[in-house]
Design a protein around this ligand. Sequence first.
Ligand code: ADP
Ligand code: MG
Length: 365
Amino acid sequence: MFARKIFWLAAAAALCASLPVLSIHAAETAAAAESEQQEAKEYELDTTTFHMGTVVQIKVFGKTPEETKRFAQIVEDEVVRFDDMMSVHKDSPLNNVNKHAGEKVEVTPEIAEMTREALTIADMTHSAFEPMIGPLVNLWKIGFGGDHVPSDEAIKEAIRRVDHRHVRVTEESGKWFMQIGRDQNVDMGAIAKGYIGQKLAEKLKAAGATHALLDLGGNIVAMGEKYPGTPWRIGLQSPDKSRGAYFAVVAASDTNVITSGAYERNFEKNGHRYGHILSPTTGQPVATDIASVTIVDKNGARAYALCTALFAMGWEKAEAFLLAHPDVHAVLLKDNLKDVLVSEALRDKIQPYDPEVSIRLLKQS
Ligand code: ADP
Ligand code: MG
């Protein structure tokens, strides 16, 4: 069996923020001994766009160029729909909850579903992942032009307003409502992309797509397989190296491979480097001894939120958390960039790439 790919350029655009870069190519796979008529053909369309503050790269495949373009359009439309629904940086239905803090506000079924998932994970992680972190995020503004350390007083005041246990999500005759505390502020930044990624894959599948690779800023949805019988291969970035340099590769099909790392957005303070994840207990950016967390999970929202939580917990607590939750499968890279802890369930899926790293398997049950 050999695989051959023919590329042709459908449209080229400069790699610029909101312009999709389109390249269509047909992928022909054929058994070497078989005749031309038996060739299986599929078309691939790759696009790169910028949404939700992140680079969205997708690969979709179809039986005809028209079908392939239709799949890409479905993803694009859904990303825009979700961005408009859930961004806290614009006038969105989610932000409406913040605007009307203290009141019962009607929300979309998707916001309700994601919020319920967020509350479960906040409970499960004792607020290491805390969707009501908004007041602290808005105070520090890390990654959004913030370059100062807030006063202790301001931090204390903000901490008081951070508590997911005040959030209510209710359903009344088919409509969903959400209510947060009067001075609270919701921030789904550490769960939304995971939720959205999975929804995109579900929508594509419902439209008839068999496989696709969706990358929402390092949050990767591996839908179906790369080729029949061959999983997608997802590289785990070495934080200290250039983009595309991996310390390991994970084989994935019909799952989410989601990574959170200190290298994404950070902040220097008195010569110390902090990530953009904040502790609801201290009100400070967390100083973690983990360089990156990767979670492999069929539930994208859960995977994404748990990444942030484990990262914030630090190595020891994250390991204890994994032991207590055997259904959570993770790859942790320590800040020495050498020690890697891998859930035993991922043993046959992970392949080390960097000879410097040493992998320890974690038996979880
Ligand atoms: P990235 O994937 O870019 O590393 P994350 O998924 O870790 O980002 O989410 C970081 C964002 O989540 C922050 O920008 C902030 O809005 C929010 N956030 C910060 N700290 C927490 C926390 N402890 N729990 C939940 N969300 C947080
Ligand atoms: Mg993240």
